[in-house]
Design a binder for this molecule. Structure first.
Ligand code: HPA
Length: 250
């Protein structure tokens, strides 16, 4: 394992289980002090830059949002040299600018999850951490992503508030109406504790939201189906390889 030269770590969400552009792929399954990550780290190259990829739910999507070992995932990436983490999160859209197939780079979040291990300070004897989290996504990395989107002509909505729900069920219309009143633009199940842990670990972390559906009560559909979610993720994902290439070139 070479450490110093890992340009970017990418965590894939629902519907993104690999990066086809990754070449010379090596796989690592490091055991961390928190156990094993959701699956192997796929480490390879894109245009000569070393990139690591991890499927957050496992490559067969076997791990539900509340059971993901977020600590092991991030620490495993850090063990192979990650300093910058781009988190791909499949989300529902709540407000107008965030319709299905949109790519978004949110700048805020609200955490509605519960019962998840959400800190490195969980175990007795570990130092209690109160990290600053006013801007939950690393401003410098967000700026790099937004500039890369501009250069590559990939449409990307700048900003927005990600609401992290417990799942694995989708939300009620009343829950989404409350989230809208709270100021949320996007809803997903995996944004937290991942972002908070990344901050505790000193990782540069940003979110790329892939809007898969209108959240409950926000669109015309009677029901949100996994088929719709996966089809829209596939459509939106065409922007991801050029965006990654541009981030790496920047
Ligand atoms: N709610 C929560 N998580 C999601 C959704 C949603 O509507 N769509 C994709 N992930």
């Amino acid at each position: 394992m070479h450490h110093a030269d890992l340009a970017l770590a990418v965590i894939g969400g629902t519907g993104v289980y690999r990066i086809a552009e990754l070449t010379d792929v090596e796989s690592h399954l490091p055991e961390t002090r928190y156990g094993f990550p959701s699956g192997p780290l796929r480490v390879g190259r894109i245009d000569g830059h070393r990139v690591a990829f991890l499927a957050r739910h496992g490559e067969e999507h076997g791990v539900p949002p509340h059971k993901i070992n977020y600590r092991a995932n991030l620490v495993a990436l850090q063990m192979i040299g990650a300093t910058r983490v781009l988190a791909l999160n499949t989300v529902g859209g709540i407000t107008e600018r965030f319709g299905p197939t949109v790519l978004a780079c949110p700048d805020q979040l609200i955490d509605y999850t519960w019962g998840r291990i959400s800190t490195l300070s969980e175990e007795p004897g570990t130092d209690v951490l109160h990290v600053d989290f006013g801007d939950p996504y690393a401003p410098a990395l967000r700026a790099q992503i937004l500039a890369a989107a501009q250069r590559s002509g990939v449409a990307l909505v700048d900003g927005g508030c990600y609401g992290a729900t417990q799942g694995p069920r989708l939300e009620t219309k009343a829950e989404i109406a409350r989230m809208r009143r709270d100021g949320c633009d996007l809803v997903g199940m995996t944004g937290m504790p991942e972002a908070g842990l990344a901050r505790e670990l000193g990782l540069q972390y940003a979110c790329l939201g892939i809007v898969a559906n209108w959240a409950a009560g926000c669109g015309d559909e009677a029901e949100i189906t996994m088929a719709e979610v996966l089809a829209n993720v596939e459509t939106a994902s065409t922007g991801i390889p050029p965006l990654l290439r541009s981030i790496l070139a920047g």
